[in-house]
Design a protein around this ligand. Structure first.
Ligand code: NBP
Length: 483
């Protein structure tokens, strides 16, 4: 009997669709699921008549694979992955490859790569993005781990991945150990940010301009033909147009308490650890947290007066300003995400290719957009670009967006409407382009109360001074350290 090219553990929504994708590209796939009845129902159901080998134990799965064996797990992230690795190791032989395609946290993947390779096996942690439809028709894949594994899995991965217009697959080797899952994590963080700024724009259209749902839908559909062209803008237009059985916009009946699975939080925590200002994603995570405090907000709404919304400007101009605010904020969000990747790559010794990462996200995944093509161009032009906001194209776009963006934030503030992502992005922009920040005051305060020392504008960097501000303190400075 022909052996399988790859084995998959976990026939839930992602696994089932991914193996159908692999099979459709000519691969024979052995499948296994902890609840084995799902194997039989899959093979007799969606897998009927196709090149699948249904297996009922890990032993059977492993013995049905061509060597070097490639075993991919698409199971719930966390404990299940560690447990499966421990069950697989004794069944595999040197050179065989264990792949984790779930949403694992990258420090776990760093740890698991070390652990699995210490047993003579190879390990790959791959981000998979695009949800159910992406898994079936072409996801964005971000593999990292043991580089020696890449030649053995490259053809399968690149053939099932989404392709951009010229046929380039949205999948390439990302880097060592946890690099693939790290890049997937940042992708998810950026997804949080894109969703939040879109939600804030919708809120402004509804509460300030009083646009109908059809008008809002048409506006998003129109934006989808310009710089904002993206999957999330496209589905927002469709969501706004969707009516329920009573012909009411369904979106207004959905409770405003957002869920989250943790990848946005991980991105924000990584940024705090790395000392990188990832404000827009951070605000997006907190906005979800505040949304989840629904009862508290309802109570507060009864004890605080809200300013009466009063808009006397030109509606069409304000819609254009909203488009500018979205584009400006989106540039900030990606620039911050790339800044985090650059810093973390340094810390973890990953040799990340930033243009290729933009290309991997260009198709198949939730944040796919034409905008990512511009990021790819920026890094092609200058592979060592220090910050995306220093690129000419993005500078011109930010400058063009600033006036409308400021008007949106000012209008939101005047009318008491929270726009945490749009406004914090604008503050970051203003902080970023300001040579002289007020941090001289922070340094003075730190030196005043804690003798933490300061550098002088007229001195050399790295030369630290302490002042006895009150005349009461001594001249002893605290240890200079930066966090
Ligand atoms: P789930 O995350 O819901 O996981 C269900 C699968 O995990 C089932 O096959 C289940 O087997 C298996 N499993 C569990 Br739970 N514990 C196990 C254990 N201890 N040993 C073996 N198998 C175990 O499935 P999913 O939504 O398809 O997602 C799979 C992975 O892909 C996750 O890491 C997820 O975060 C990631 N992901 C999901 C999406 C998405 O849109 N859903 C997108 C991108 C990435 P059972 O049938 O026996 O319970």
């Amino acid at each position: 009997m022909k052996k399988a090219d790859i084995g998959l553990i976990g026939l839930a929504v992602m696994g089932e669709n991914l193996v159908l994708n692999m099979e459709s590209k000519g691969y024979t796939v052995a499948v296994y699921n902890r609840t084995v009845s799902k194997v039989d129902s899959f093979v007799k159901g969606r897998g009927e008549g196709k090149n699948f080998i249904g297996t009922h134990s890990l032993e059977e799965l492993v013995s049905s694979l061509e060597r070097p064996r490639k075993v991919m797990m698409l199971v719930k992230a966390g404990q299940a992955v560690d447990a499966l690795i421990d069950q697989l190791i004794p069944l595999l032989e040197p050179g065989d490859i264990i792949i984790d395609g779930g949403n694992s946290h990258y420090p776990d993947t760093i740890r698991r790569t070390k652990y699995v390779t210490s047993h003579g096996l190879l390990y790959v942690g791959s981000g998979v993005s695009g949800g159910e439809e992406g898994a079936l028709l072409g996801p964005s894949l971000m593999p990292g781990g043991s580089k020696e594994a890449w030649p053995y899995i490259k053809d399968i991965f690149q053939s099932i991945a989404a392709k951009v217009d010229d046929g380039t697959p949205c999948c390439d080797w990302v880097g060592d150990d946890g690099a693939g899952h790290f890049v997937k994590m940042v992708h998810n963080g950026i997804e949080y940010g894109d969703m939040q700024i879109i939600s804030e724009a919708y809120d402004m259209m509804k509460r300030v301009l009083h646009l109908s749902h059809d008008e809002m839908s048409e506006t998003f559909a129109h934006w989808n033909k310009g710089d904002l062209d993206s999957y999330l803008i496209e589905i927002t237009a469709e969501i706004l147009a969707f009516r329920d059985e009573n012909n009411d916009p369904l979106v207004e009946k959905i409770l405003d308490a957002a869920g989250q699975k943790g990848t946005g939080k991980w991105t924000a925590v990584s940024a705090l650890d790395a000392g990188i200002p990832l404000t827009l994603i951070g605000e997006s995570v907190f906005a979800r947290c505040l949304s989840a405090q629904k009862d508290l907000r309802v109570s507060a709404s009864k004890i605080y007066d809200a300013p009466k919304v009063d808009f006397k400007g030109d509606k069409q101009q304000f819609v254009d300003d909203l488009e500018a605010a979205l584009l400006g904020s989106k540039i900030i969000s990606y620039a911050q995400g790339y800044d985090l990747m650059r810093e973390s790559a340094k810390e973890n010794n990953w040799d990340l290719n930033y243009g290729d990462i933009a290309l991997m996200w260009r198709g198949g995944c939730i944040i796919r957009s034409t905008f990512l093509g511009k990021i790819k161009e920026a890094y092609d032009k200058n592979p060592t670009l220090e910050h995306l906001m220093l690129d000419d194209f993005f500078r011109d776009k930010l400058e063009a967006a600033a006036k409308g963006w400021r008007n949106v934030v000012a209008t939101a503030v005047a009318n008491g409407i929270a726009v945490p992502a749009l406004s914090s992005a604008l503050s970051y922009f203003d902080g970023f382009r300001t040579a002289d920040s007020p941090a001289n005051m922070l340094q003075a305060q730190r030196d005043y109360f804690g003798a933490h020392t300061y550098e002088r504008k007229d001195g050399k960097r790295g030369e630290f001074h302490h002042t006895n501000w009150t005349g009461r303190g001594g001249d002893t400075a605290s240890t200079t350290y930066n966090v």
